[in-house]
Design a protein around this ligand. Structure first.
Ligand code: ZN
Length: 267
């Protein structure tokens, strides 16, 4: 049986860890820090069998030197930008973890090297491990938000988000940061406080966090209802962003550009 665990790291990162209890093996996604992952592995007597990396930021790759000291395991990630990658991946590549296929997508925007790992289970897989579609999307799509644009253009980021949004509605979004509550506050500023899907997510997330639980993963179809960055082609977000920016906005790329700028300055 394969399970996915969230290992908290730093302030608000999750190191997602695929665990195959039958094999006593684990794969980690974006181990920014080695210590919490090592603790998790040793407490369950698991062997680390491989690593997936979405992009080069230190809070996603910082644990690699320590983790690879005593291990000779594959590290799948972006070519060139991450020195410890053993299996450089580009758009269209795929890899297999215990027979489960993951497709590699290039999703530039947050950084230019940003990758996502997408699992779409075959139609006959019901009841098996990883029966739901899922994506490890790093710092691209967050619950109620999206990553900052450090390297890519607004157009690249919106195209990446639109591509993620084209996945089946029940796809589970495994992003790296627990930014949900802060993002929801911004979403409320954009969508108003009379927006039922958003208010539902706010009360759900507040009670999860109050009980020390995570708000992730989240289903894509939920995000499509209240994440303003996935609603840039709609009148509601457009009107709100127009009012805030005092600019004429021609298309969804203009809306996204100003929405991202608004979020960057939002306290
Ligand atoms: Zn990042």
């Amino acid at each position: 049986m394969i399970e996915i665990h969230a290992i908290p790291a730093f302030q608000d990162n999750y190191i997602w860890c695929l665990v195959n209890s039958g094999e006593q093996e684990a794969w980690a996604v974006d181990p920014g820090d080695a210590a919490p992952l090592e603790n998790f592995l040793s407490s369950r007597a698991l062997n680390l069998a491989g690593i997936l990396i979405t992009h080069h930021h230190p809070d996603h790759v910082g644990g690699l030197p320590q983790l690879l000291k005593q291990r000779d395991i594959p590290v799948y990630g972006p070519p060139q930008t991450v020195r410890k990658v053993t299996n450089p991946c580009v758009e269209g590549d795929s890899l297999s973890i215990w027979g489960q296929r993951f497709d590699v997508w290039e999703v530039p925007g947050h950084t230019l090297d940003h990758l996502a790992f997408v699992h779409l289970p075959p139609a006959n897989s019901s009841g098996k491990a990883l029966a739901h579609p899922l994506i490890f999307c790093g710092d691209t799509l967050f619950s109620a938000g999206c990553g900052r644009l450090f390297e890519g253009s607004p157009r690249q980021m919106l195209d990446s988000l639109k591509r993620i949004s084209s996945l089946p509605g029940h796809t589970r979004i495994y992003c790296t940061h627990e930014y949900t509550l802060a993002n929801l506050r911004f979403a409320r500023a954009v969508l108003g406080d009379d927006y039922p899907p958003l208010e539902e997510r706010i009360s759900e997330s507040e009670s999860l966090r109050a009980n020390g639980q995570k708000t992730l993963p989240v289903k894509l179809e939920a995000e499509q209802r209240y994440n303003p960055f996935l609603l840039c082609d709609g009148e509601h977000v457009k009107t709100s962003v127009k009012r805030h920016s005092q600019l004429d906005l021609e298309n969804e790329y203009d809306v996204f550009t100003q929405l991202r700028r608004w979020k960057d300055g939002f306290a």
